[in-house]
Write a protein that binds this ligand. Structure first.
Ligand code: SAM
Ligand code: SF4
Length: 336
């Protein structure tokens, strides 16, 4: 089965799971300095609840699952969750987005549990700047985490970078150059307005077009097609070993190719990152809801998935961002 089609003929086969809203870092663009108020243990879904939902999703055609957060590796025994999810019939691809700081310790056990790949978020290769952006993180631990992930075969290693003007935009070319000597996929994510953090502003935002201009001073960006790459667009710099990707959530409205649903750490299905619509699965789970009832709710989430968002239009008009277009929930609670 290739994923249930929504009303706009998009096959939905990808589920992103925020397994915790806790994080050991406080990236300036993601969280306020004090962090987000973490959910209590009872509020977040238990592993068996997550596994049950993924099982029902797989029956509807979900093939790809990503573990994210908050920082997924702040939750205990993630390898158990990974191995349980990988055993579900129909789940072909299991990945994780992580800040990498705990990967050195966990990469091998995660690979052994069946995790296929990791995306590691690094916004600067300058230790002092990295510490400032993350409000205290150690670049050294991330670098050891990347090395451990490579050694464990969690490849291709994908590096996520959020370029922010005046903060790390002078490193964009250095990040792209990394693909000349490694097989990494270096992916630039457009900086999005998010949640209860007022750090975002139109001045700090850098469009994909502008990023491409900076990178093309190294060599022309040649488009490459990567199977199952969803809304990311990939390019190679000449005969580079790795690839450069762009995730243009704002300008390029990747909505037409959007194949995903998100499950928040507290058990709400979000059909779209930029819409406040949420379908409550936790109440059904904890009130003895049957598999048929959970399946109905999953189908409902697909049914109400909006065709798109209009954040890029508001930016192009230089108008204020409509509040309805900003996610009121912080990214760490939704699962970026
Ligand atoms: N803690 C993990 C990490 O940092 O990779 C996983 C969760 S984090 C919310 C997932 C991704 O969302 C990271 O790559 C992060 O850079 C990105 N992100 C967070 N806030 C963002 C924002 N406002 N705009 C664009 N990307 C953002
Ligand atoms: Fe934590 Fe990831 Fe958000 Fe940074 S981007 S604060 S590492 S959840």
């Amino acid at each position: 089965m290739s994923g249930l089609k929504d009303d706009f003929q998009r096959g939905i086969d990808y589920l992103r799971l925020s397994i915790t809203d806790r994080c050991n870092l406080r990236c300036v663009y993601c969280m306020p300095p004090s962090g987000v108020v973490p959910s209590t243990h009872k509020e977040i879904l238990r592993y068996e609840e997550i596994i049950r939902i993924v099982g029902i999703g797989a029956g509807l055609g979900v093939k790809k699952v990503r573990l994210t957060g908050g920082e997924p590796l702040t939750r205990k025994n993630v390898s158990f969750l990974a191995s349980s999810l990988k055993k579900i019939r129909g789940i072909e691809d299991l990945s994780m987005t992580t800040n990498g700081t705990f990967l050195e310790r966990h990469a091998q056990e995660l690979a052994d549990a069946g995790l296929d790949r990791v995306n590691i978020s690094v916004d600067s290769f300058k230790p002092d700047r990295y510490r400032e952006i993350t409000r205290g993180g150690s670049l050294d631990s991330v670098m050891r985490g990347i090395a451990a992930a490579e050694k464990a075969g969690l490849t291709p290693i994908k590096i996520n970078v959020v370029p922010v003007r005046g903060v790390n935009d002078d490193e964009v070319s250095d990040f792209a150059r990394l693909t000349l000597s490694t097989e990494y996929h270096v992916r630039f994510i457009e900086f999005m307005p998010s949640g209860d953090n007022d750090y975002w502003s139109p001045e700090k935002y850098i469009s994909t077009e502008e990023l491409k201009g900076k990178i093309e001073t190294i060599a022309p960006l040649v488009p490459v097609r990567i199977r199952k790459n969803g809304p990311s667009r990939y390019f190679r710099l000449g005969d580079a070993r790795g690839v450069v990707g762009f995730i243009s959530a704002i300008t390029h409205h990747f909505c037409a190719d959007c194949n995903r649903l998100r499950l928040t750490s507290d058990g709400k299905l979000r059909p779209c990152l930029f819409s406040e619509t949420e379908i409550d699965l936790k109440t059904a789970l904890r009130n003895g809801g049957s598999d048929a009832e959970l399946e109905r709710l999953l189908r409902l989430a697909i049914k109400v998935k909006p065709e798109g968002h209009n954040i890029g239009d508001a930016l192009a008009r230089k108008g204020p961002l409509a509040l309805s277009g900003r996610q009121r929930r912080p990214m760490a609670k939704i699962g970026g």
